[in-house]
Design a protein around this ligand. Sequence first.
Ligand code: PBG
Length: 325
Amino acid sequence: MININYRPRRNRKSAAIRNMVEENTVSVNNLILPLFLIEGKNKYSEVSSMPGIFRLSADLMLKEIEECLSLGITTFDIFPAISDDLKNRTATESLNKKGLYLSAIREIIKELPEAVIMTDVAMDPYSSDGHDGLVKDGEILNDETLEILAKMAIAQAEAGADIIGPSDMMDGRVGYIRQALDKNGFSNVSIMSYTAKYASAFYGPFRDALDSAPKFGDKKTYQMNPANTREALIEAALDVEEGADFLMVKPALSYLDVIKSLRDNFDLPIAAYNVSGEYAMVKAAAAKGWIDGDRVRDEILLSIKRAGASIILTYFAKEFAVAKK
Ligand code: PBG
């Protein structure tokens, strides 16, 4: 017997002890499920690059949310797929109270008041340019975009949204939206800011799902450079000052250091968006039998939690909840 004073393996010797010393756990309470909304009745179509994820018409989305509520998922982030003929430069369809998005949100909240509904504020689903901001001569305008975003946020709050998610990365948007909400009597509506949203190739399947890819160029003049973390601290400080309720990092998996850095430097709850491409990679490798998809899913969610995110937006939410039932 070699004299080893401290043997860390003692704390791994049985499942009971391993569980006792476990430092992090993912609970269904931590998860937000993103959902894709389409026109019609009783309509669904699978996103080909996201097996198991369906675009749903409002009636089917209601059923889906009801089922997820019974599994313990409380919060849903809804994204609309707008038909091309309704898209224009200024994203006016985003304000249409009778349009797909706002009417579905009203209906869902009326039928299922216990569901927490998060909405997306950005121009890209409604923009004929496919950009998150107003385009002029090939440039994405900041301040002109803020006015559109504020109107969009008010319209979503009027429809009953609990949490507004500005996902566009324009400067000053959190403060501008906060003031607009407060002025219109929505001081209780929360803002989950996409604080550090990177110009990432991991959004590919999402853009397929909504047909929302930019019509020209890329999003690098507003989304962040994947090489930067200190810049994320600047964005976070601004969001705190401007009145954000949650700080989000997106994508999650290649940015665990950014999550950790925000966790260490700020006291607001940190959220992370485990994005479409991250989901797609797991599903593709699992379908080929190259990895155990269920175990990889759990390990990924745990790693995001361990890095410091208390909230995870993930397409895995429902299957995770089913697996934990
Ligand atoms: C756009 C938006 C994107 C996502 C959420 N909101 C994509 C983009 O910036 O092009 C991506 C989500 C995902 O990939 O799961 N406002």
